[in-house]
Ligand binder design. Sequence first.
Ligand code: S3P
Length: 435
Amino acid sequence: MSRFEPSGPLRGSFRPPADKSISHRAALFGAMSDVPVTIENFLYAEDTLSTLSAVRSLGAGVDERENELVIRGVGLHTAHETTGGLLHVGNAGTLMRLLPGWLAGQRGGQWTIDGDESIRRRPIDRIAVPLREMGARVEAREGRLAPFRVEGADLHGIEHELPVPSAQVKSCLLIAGMLAEGETTICEPHMSRDHTERILCRSRAPFERDGTCVRVRQVDELELDDVVVPGDPSSAAFMVAAACVVPRSRLLVSGVGLNWTRTGFFRVARRMGAVILGDLEEPQTDHQGQDSGDEPVGELDVAAAPLEATTVDRDEVPLLIDELPLVALLGCFAEGETVVGGAEELRLKETDRIAGVVEGLRALGADIDATADGFAVRGGGLEGGTLDARGDHRLAMLGAVAGLASRSGVEVTGMEAATISYPHFERDLAALREH
Ligand code: S3P
């Protein structure tokens, strides 16, 4: 249990930890690569350590050096079964959904994928159905849950339309598509994060984008260039939210990833009235270096200001899916009613995040209601109390930030969950309070 007392203004500069999504992908693509890949600024957190452990089990070499990590891959077609085929993904949903894309194309290989309690509640039918259509054999508990078995086979390309935008599902199928005969096309109703597409460009894979559709063709070898992982905008968002809700705060964020598909929260906070300077506009050409695969990195200059309510709709949701709990927090301090809709996906995250956010913030005095596909919250501030993180890293950090802006402080039960994505969260937050 950790306690977060009401705070004076947050001040200073801050560099967020490395991006979790990109770290997972760098390690996985490194393992599939035919050349050694150096990863600078890899995230050492529980989730991404699960990925390192998985790629080791599949035969890749992992050399941890000072400030960098070198992955010696096994190549796209030769994943091993060194642990009797059992792979434990811990709490990492991204690993659980991306890995089967690779395993499904390993003819003759068999793996069982399992994870913690939270992972065992998260559905995998969204990858299992298209992977089966591509020719793989996937058998899951109750048809859709971990533990599940993947049997590799000769795959063939498909055209698949995702009912809900999901970078995890898209990435799984893009990986399987590289192992499948012919062409694989995946279309999403709205754009989700595009880190896999960028890493495909940097691996010189035969890949094309056409609006919200992506297409990949079969390939024999991957040669991923070295990767420098930018700071995680989702981790930075907790500090930015704190600077928005604690009056007179001013915060400079450096080295943060500014990929447009990830920065929706900063745009929403700005729309609500926070002063946020930085490159957040929708890119007009070359989709922010998408053709080269480079990830845009930059700075944000954030200052607290009076907040007004806003509405977040379905088409915007994928651009801030992990930051929606923070929109609820800003809504507690904004004039009017803030409404998030089209976000039923939140019920399938590490926890049911609609229930976790609504019940968690209401216990602190928020005027907030759940809806079928999101929540509605009215301003009025937060009194304080106890928030149960329910084992969810983002709920734990939400509780901490809520405490700083509350009238009487917040106890977070299960604060240690933050280590899943952000091991030094409490230290970094304390440093901003001491200035
Ligand atoms: C992620 C994609 C998102 C996000 C998750 C990480 C990724 O999930 O919520 O935390 O790295 O691809 P969905 O793609 O399922 O929406």
